[in-house]
Design a protein. Sequence first.
Length: 282
Amino acid sequence: MSDATLRILFIGDIVGRPGRDLMRKGLERLTEAAGADLVIANVENAAAGFGITREIGDALLGCGVDVMTTGNHVWDRREAIDYIGTEPRLLRPANYPAGTPGNGSYLSRTSAGRPVGVVNVMGRVFLPSLDDPFAVVTREVERLRSRTRVIVVDVHAEATSEKQAMGWHLDGTVTAVLGTHTHVQTADERILPGGTAYLTDVGMTGPHDSIIGMDKAGVLDRFRTGMPIKMEAASGDPRLNGVLLVADEATGRALAITRINLSAEALERGDLSAVITHAHAL
């Protein structure tokens, strides 16, 4: 492995206690197996499926997450408003209007001091109408590129077309454009012609015996009756979804992108052969 490369582990939307337990029990082992220099995780559903709290955020940072991204559920827990003002490693979408607490980008550093930029933006199709994510992400990326070429963008969006458009919009200017929000891992990982790694949705770290992380009965009742029914996070079949990126530090170009889909049992047993094989092959 050349010293000019960086490995970045991106963890898909952490949902509730099952997702947090996976991180607590398996993240350190996975990070070591992948040889990851930096860990990014989307945490907007970490508190029982809705939002983030200071206690949960601090616990995730404590188990090895370096940067936390979010999306439309970032404000579901009121205490997040104060927390995001004091914790720069917790991002909210950059295209919230001026004056919104927190920041949408962050310059992180690996344990060896190597810089990695992270940008969080949210789409506008079937989601609240915020500022133009394409214009905002361009501004944030330009600001970070003066300090690092390695930049990862979390595009939190509902529409596949909007996520793909963001990938092509940023191709050649960032290391990776990774989609979050829909909680279903897609199989379209690729490196675009300009050197940007792309995946429409990283998936969900949490209970997969569910409907996108929520208890099936409640979601089915809402669809069947149209009535407002309280959603509860599920618990069955916890799985960790993520992506391992390998980047050229000098140019910021992606060299590899690999999807990760691991059961709780595989994490606990340390059965990470697919990740280890891939990591050693690069």
